[in-house]
Every structure is written in C-alpha cells, then in structure tokens.
Design a protein around this ligand. Structure first.
Ligand code: AMP
Length: 262
C-alpha cells in the first residue's frame, strides 16, 4: 500500500478549553462527529471512531475520567489511565482531534450545577450506583456544549446511559444527534470494556459465562443462580426495553452487559 503524506499527520491534541473553543471556530463549515470516552481505549471505542469517520468530515474524541460519575472511590482510583497508548490508537484510527480536559476546568462550579433525571436514572445502574447518572449526564452536557458536534456516538453496551443521553438531548433541545453503536465483543463473546484489563486470566475466562448466560433461554432467576454458583456477585439480571440487561462483579471488578432479547 502506498502511504500518502496525510497518513503521517499528527492528531491535534487539545487540553485547554479556550484552545478548543478557538479551534472549533476554524472548523465551522464541516460536519463534526464526537465520541466521549474515559480512555483506556479498545476496539469498542475505535468502532465508534470509525463510524464517525464514515459519517462526518471531522472526528473529535474526548478522554476524561469524570470523577463525578464514580460512586465508588476505589473504582475511580483504579480506573486504567493509558494516555500514551490511547494517543497511538487514535492516531492510527486517523481521528482529527483529541480533547483531554482537566477536572478543574470542567468543574469550575465545584459541581454545584448538575443535571438530574428523576425516573429512569433511579433503576438498575442508578439503583446500584447512586449519583452515577447525575455525574454522567452533567459531564455529557458540558462536553456536548463544548464540542458542538452534529452527531455524537454512544455504545449500546451502556444501554441505560444511551437512553438517558437521548432523553436529555430531547428534553433540553440540544442540537446534537445521538447515534447508537452496537457492542463490540472479544472472540469469547465478552463485551470489550476498560475494566476487563483489571481481570486476571482465570477471571477473564470466567467472565465469558456472563454474556453466554444472558443469551440463554434460562429465566432471569435461573441465570442469577448459575452466575452465583460460578462465583459471580450479581447486582441484577432483568428484561426491559426488549433487552436482557445485567450487572455482575468478578472479584472487585464490575461488569455490565445487555443483549437484544424479545
Ligand atoms: P467509556 O470510555 O467506557 O466511558 O466508553 C465510551 C463510549 O464507548 C461509551 O459510549 C460506551 O458505551 C462505548 N463503549 C464502551 N465499550 C464498548 C464496546 N465494547 N462496544 C461498543 N461501544 C463501547
């Protein structure tokens, strides 16, 4: 394959809010696709970037480990941070801009202004992770306002998050279109997740039982029993929104997943 000069162009990396605002003005007439992430990127994130690259002139990715959406400080402390490797992957994927803001800039108000949803955000993930969705919606609103993208890409892996972001965008008349992207899995069916890197080899093997059981014809209760027998701790397994959704722990690593299910 013949390499072209643009294959070597470095990605624009922006850390300052003001710098982003002036860069954004220079790409006024182009369509912008945006992928918000917390980094430690894997093929799931990259599939969102590829979708955005197909749909838009410019693709922007953000990496921000958002402290306000962690209800568990241990999870925040151990969340994998791999910026150099992430930059390499995004450069390879030919992403145009990487936005890496810091918490002080994102929360100049000390998180005194926040987005609250009062129904959907209280069940499933919301029930087990109090405050998580307030933090998530607040940071997504800030990022959507900063990036001003035409389309923003979210994974179906975080299905309740996707529904809540869509609801916020409709309710607050935000101009960005929310695009749902299918879950990318490893060869054993396990949904790719940044938290998988905290599983040891044995746990990684065991984790594949979780999606396999979600796909089975067992009842939710039977799946819960089987998972417990295998050594998982189970937060929930439920059918809702024509999907079967679940959240489990292996050791102290929490995994979520969902599949289409009628
Ligand atoms: P995160 O970095 O975990 O906050 O994820 C950033 C975005 O990537 C979210 O919209 C996730 O739903 C999406 N995502 C995470 N894992 C996957 C996956 N395995 N397949 C598709 N999208 C994913």
């Amino acid at each position: 394959m013949l390499l072209k000069p643009e294959d070597f162009l470095p990605m624009n990396i922006v850390t300052e809010l003001n710098e982003w605002v002036s860069m954004r003005k220079k790409i006024m007439n182009q369509s912008i696709g945006f992928i918000p992430t917390m980094g430690n990127l894997h093929a799931g994130h990259i599939s969102l970037c590829e979708r955005s690259k197909r749909d838009n002139d410019i693709t922007v990715v953000s990496i921000f480990v958002n402290p306000t959406q962690f209800n568990n400080q241990n999870d925040l402390k151990h969340y994998p941070r791999t910026l150099p490797e992430d930059i390499e992957k995004l450069t390879h994927a030919k992403v145009d801009y990487l936005f890496v803001p810091n918490a002080e800039d994102m929360y100049q108000d000390n998180y005194e202004i926040k987005v609250t949803e009062t129904e959907l955000s209280h069940e499933l993930e919301g029930e087990h992770r109090p405050g998580h969705f307030n933090g998530m919606l607040t940071v997504v609103l800030k990022l959507l306002n900063l990036i001003q993208a035409h389309k923003a890409y979210f994974g179906e892996k975080d299905y309740q998050q996707l529904l809540l972001v869509k609801k916020m965008v409709l309710s607050l008349f935000l101009p960005t279109e929310i695009m749902a992207c299918e879950t990318i899995r490893n060869e054993k069916g396990l949904a790719l997740s940044s938290r998988n890197s905290r599983l040891n080899d044995e746990q990684l093997e065991m984790a594949a039982h979780f999606p396999a059981l979600l796909h089975s014809h067992l009842t939710d209760e039977e799946i819960i029993t089987q998972l417990k027998n295998l050594g998982f701790k189970v937060d929930y397994i439920v059918k809702k929104w024509q999907r079967r959704l679940g959240a489990v722990y292996l050791g102290d690593v929490r995994l979520i997943d969902n599949i289409h299910y009628i």
